[in-house]
Structures are given as structure tokens and as C-alpha cells.
Design a protein. Structure first.
Length: 393
């Protein structure tokens, strides 16, 4: 099986090189609403940087919000970067129409072979712009989450679902970051099976294990946007419900920012909870973290659980489908219901059985090295780009 897969990759590369021998590198335009510090920005940057020897990449993006860190300001992405002022996360009829027209104009000038859009808003504007350009580029869209669950009310979800169904008809490939994202959207008639591919996120698998025995304090780490979908208050209320004796055994650090940050800080102050709120920082795992808490109501995958595993840090996650390609309960992490008491139960168990933290952390790291490496992700995207360009000819 491995030999057959390697042979296919070699043949694809030979056909691709013969197709473009002596010509300019094919252009790929990546479109995303903003490159805020997080999983999407990291994936886009890695794919561009690692495939730019064979493709000419152009990144079209919007500006980050004031409470976000622009990934591009402190990380190198080796491509032309074009900012479109109206292509931010915020939705507005006038600004979105302006963004649509601007992107269409840019695409006509660039004339890309492939347009690769990411996430909801950029996925809509980028794909429509691709068709309006009249150039006939191949179009890929990556779903990084469950776009029709957890963000909007039922009426808005219905509108979004119908938009996604319509756009899927003119999209060449639909990419999901987890099997659950693909299965959910397929079940709602977004695209057809032949359009879909699952490409897992990947990170550098060079792991460093944080082994310990009988620590007198377990350090809990929460990372994310302080937004309703990430449910930061769940971590705070779980910490609150630990009685004073047990709370002495734990320390909670929360990394990130967002519209709920001030209400979370106020609540912690009112309840005299000793929680460290750091804001956004680029190296959160520099903390002496022992356990990662993921309290999300919904996740497409959750790149942070891989980043934790690379440090030998296992995660306690809510019972949501997006994490289950990586987290196996009691094997590579712990899956609990979305209640403070569920988190408390597992935390108290682990307090008295710290060897389990080491064992699960090691198994999580081993699974990362087998299935979720940076190299695997890059190979999958590179192979897809090449196959699409060959098909186009």
C-alpha cells in the first residue's frame, strides 16, 4: 500500500513537471478574511511556505480586529500579500460588496490557475469572485469548522446552508479538516462525495515530554478566542466549583482575547478566583502546563490539541465531534460533557493519579507523530494542487 502511494506521488510529480517545464510557475491565490493568530493562519502559512518552490502564491486577506494579533506581523509568509480593507470578519452589505468587486478585479489582473478559499466569509466572496472573473480557475474551499452549527440562529443557519449548497456546485474540491466536518456537510447535501477530501491539520512532530510524578500543583491551560463558541466561562466555572482545598492543587491560565474577556475577568474578580489572563501570546506552551482544557461548543478540529500533544500535554475536551479524529477517551485525552461538574470529576481523578497524565500525554504525542505531522499535511495539499492542474489540462 505504501509503495503504491509513493508511486502515485512520483507519477503525479513527473506529469506536473513535464506540463510546466520551461514555463512560469502556476499561480495560486489564497483568500481568507484575516490572518489572525490561530490554526487557520498557521495552516495557510505552512502550505504556502512549503510549496512555493513549485507554485507562485498570492495571499489576499483582510485586517484583523483590534483584539486580535495579526499572524503576518511576526511570521514570514513567502508570497505576495494583498490586504483588502473590507475583507474582515465583520459582515456588512456595503463593505462586502466592495470586497467582492475588489477581489474580482485583483483576480482578473493576477489570472490564477487555482483559487483556494478558507472559512466562511472568504469562502463566499472568494468563490463568487472566481466565477465573476470569467477566467475559469479551479476553485478549492477548505472548511475549518462546522459552519452551520453553533454560530448563528436557525434562520441564519438555513440561509448559510443554502448558500453553501449553491456554491458547492461550482467548487472543484471541498476540503474538511476532520471527518466530522465532511460528514455533517455531506449529510446536508453540501457537495457530493467525489468533491470531498479530508486533510488533517499537521504540526512539527518534534515532541518534548513533560514527565512528572507527584506534583503539588497541576497547571491548567486554556487557549482561544473569548467568544461564545469557545465557551471560556465553562473553564472558569469549573475552577470556581473546586472547593478551596482542591483549588490549591490547581492553577488556571487563560490565553487569548475577545468580546467576552472583560466579563470573564469581572466574574473571576467577583468570585476571588486566582486565574491568570494573559491576552494573546505567541508561545503559550512556554508555561509549565500539565493539562489543556478545551471547552468549545463546537470545533472543526482544534489545532491547539496537536500543539499541546507536541509538548506531551494531554487535553480534556468537551464531547464534540470535531476533536474525535485525534482524541480517544482515556487513550489520547479525555472527553467530557459540557458541564463544570464533568470537568471537576476528571480533574480530581487526575489529581490522585498523576501517572495517567504522563501516559496519556505520551500516547497523544505518538499519535501525532503517526498521523498529524506537518509533512503529511503539506504532501496532501501539494498532491491536490498538482492533480487539479493536470486535470485542468
Amino acid at each position: 500500500m505504501e509503495f503504491k502511494r509513493n508511486l502515485t506521488l512520483i507519477l503525479t510529480k513527473v506529469r506536473f513537471q513535464s506540463l510546466y517545464l520551461g514555463s512560469m510557475k502556476p499561480k495560486i491565490v489564497t483568500i481568507v478574511s484575516r490572518m489572525n493568530l490561530g490554526g487557520i493562519a498557521k495552516i495557510i502559512a505552512q502550505v504556502i511556505n512549503e510549496t512555493n518552490s513549485e507554485f507562485e502564491h498570492i495571499l489576499i486577506t483582510g485586517k484583523c480586529a483590534e483584539n486580535e494579533i495579526d499572524y503576518l506581523k511576526s511570521n514570514i509568509v513567502n508570497c505576495q500579500i494583498i490586504y483588502v480593507e473590507t475583507l474582515g470578519r465583520k459582515i456588512g452589505i456595503t463593505s462586502d460588496i466592495r470586497a467582492l468587486l475588489t477581489i474580482t478585479k485583483l483576480l482578473k489582473k493576477i489570472n490564477p490557475k487555482i483559487i483556494h478559499t478558507h472559512a466562511s466569509k472568504a469562502g463566499v466572496l472568494g468563490r463568487v469572485s472566481g466565477k465573476l472573473s470569467g477566467l475559469g480557475p479551479r476553485i478549492i474551499h477548505t472548511y475549518h469548522g462546522h459552519v452551520i452549527q453553533g454560530y448563528f440562529n436557525l434562520f441564519a443557519n438555513l440561509i448559510i446552508l443554502n448558500i453553501e449548497r449553491f456554491l458547492a456546485k461550482s467548487t472543484d474540491y471541498l476540503i474538511a479538516v476532520s471527518n466530522s466536518v465532511k460528514e455533517e456537510l455531506l449529510s446536508k447535501n453540501v457537495g457530493i462525495e467525489s468533491q470531498w477530501k479530508v486533510i488533517f491539520p499537521g504540526i512539527d512532530a518534534a515532541t518534548s515530554f513533560k514527565k512528572f510524578i507527584n506534583k503539588d500543583k497541576l497547571n491548567l491551560l486554556w487557549i482561544g478566542r473569548f467568544e461564545p463558541i469557545k465557551n471560556p466561562m465553562l473553564a472558569i466555572k469549573a475552577y470556581e466549583l473546586l472547593d478551596s482545598t482542591n483549588r490549591d492543587w490547581f492553577r488556571l491560565t487563560m490565553v487569548g482575547d475577545g468580546k467576552l474577556i472583560e466579563s470573564c475577568k469581572d466574574y473571576a474578580r467577583q468570585k476571588n478566583l486566582n486565574i491568570d489572563f494573559t491576552g494573546w501570546i505567541e508561545a503559550p506552551f512556554n508555561f509549565d502546563a500539565d493539562l489543556l482544557l478545551m471547552t468549545s461548543k463546537n470545533e472543526g478540529f482544534g489545532l491547539v490539541i496537536l500543539e499541546a500533544a507536541a509538548q506531551g500535554i494531554p487535553a480534556i475536551v468537551t464531547n464534540i465531534s470535531g476533536v474525535k479524529d485525534f482524541i480517544e477517551n482515556n487513550v489520547t485525552g479525555w472527553i467530557v460533557e459540557q458541564t463544570p461538574t464533568a470537568f471537576i470529576k476528571i480533574l480530581l481523578e487526575l489529581k490522585n493519579n498523576q501517572e495517567s497524565i504522563n501516559a496519556v500525554g505520551i500516547r497523544a504525542s505518538e499519535k501525532l507523530e503517526r498521523l498529524f505531522t506537518f509533512e503529511k499535511m503539506i504532501k496532501n495539499y501539494e498532491k491536490l494542487y498538482k492533480e487539479i492542474l493536470i486535470e485542468a489540462h
